[in-house]
Design a protein around this ligand. Structure first.
Ligand code: AP5
Length: 219
């Protein structure tokens, strides 16, 4: 059984969400993506979603405490001894330290942090071509991962949409925030000796093979 907590870290558009979904399906493990959880809160018009919207639309990070409370609520429901994937969380040192406190109170710990890396211009092509199912949150790409029929979700048959923050200006702002605020996290996990780097510029299948290989060595 998969027992570790695994963290996916990387700049916008590098493919974290795509790989987290593939891995969660392949190993039947839970995954939590703070971006998805925040968008769901927004869709449901909750106070959290309404507060998060201004930050998200402009490419800024949502305040640490809001995100920590959100993720704590999710993690607390996972039975002891079951691992899970965190996609896009933590994103600041404060979030990483807060996560360690939450996990130790639940007898868990982070076993692996994967850094996804690739060139910025390629990431922009990925993000400007990304489409999202507003119902199930599955992602597609108009060139690299198109839906089977027109612009409809393969699973829900709902019209795909473009994320409000997937325009070039906001993507570049999100990237700057990544380099300034999230990248220092890599050193945090490097010092714990649990950081692995993955070249994310290859095809979805190749990146997935590499991650599965890392996972098989972990368990
Ligand atoms: P979030 O939703 O987490 O966005 P992000 O980190 O910017 O990452 P993305 O979802 O844009 O990219 P991804 O790496 O998952 O790429 P994907 O797999 O979709 O966060 C959004 C906002 O929420 C933040 O800006 C912030 O405001 C807030 N937020 C979230 N978490 C927070 C936190 N912890 N603290 C504070 N605020 C937080 O792939 C992209 C596209 O490329 C897709 O179309 C896909 O089909 C395609 N693709 C993927 N892999 C490949 C490949 N190998 N080859 C070709 N195409 C590919």
């Amino acid at each position: 059984m998969f027992k570790s907590v695994v963290i996916f870290i990387g700049p916008p558009g590098v493919g974290k969400g795509t790989q987290a979904s593939l891995l969660a399906d392949a190993f039947s493990i839970p995954k939590f993506a703070t971006g998805d959880l925040l968008r769901e809160a927004l869709k449901n018009n909750t106070p959290l979603g309404i507060e998060a919207k201004t930050y998200m639309d402009s490419g800024k990070l949502v305040p640490d405490q809001l995100v920590l409370d959100l993720i704590k609520g999710k993690i607390a429901k996972i039975p002891n001894g079951i691992g899970f994937i965190l996609d896009g969380f933590p994103r600041t040192l404060h979030q990483a330290e807060g996560l360690d406190v939450i996990l130790s109170s639940l007898c868990h710990n982070v076993g692996l942090a994967i850094e996804f890396s690739m060139d910025e211009e390629e990431r922009i092509v990925r993000l400007t071509g990304r489409r999202l199912c507003p119902n199930c949150q599955r992602t597609y790409h108009i060139l690299f991962a198109p839906p089977k029929k027109d612009s409809l979700c393969d699973y829900c048959s709902v019209e795909l949409v473009q994320r409000a923050d997937d325009n070039e200006d906001v993507i570049r702002k999100r990237s700057v925030i990544y380099w300034e605020t999230t990248k220092p996290l890599l050193e945090y996990y490097r010092q714990k000796n649990i950081l692995m780097k993955v070249d994310a510029s290859s095809s979805i299948e190749n990146v997935f093979s590499r991650i599965k290989q890392i996972f098989s060595e972990l368990n």
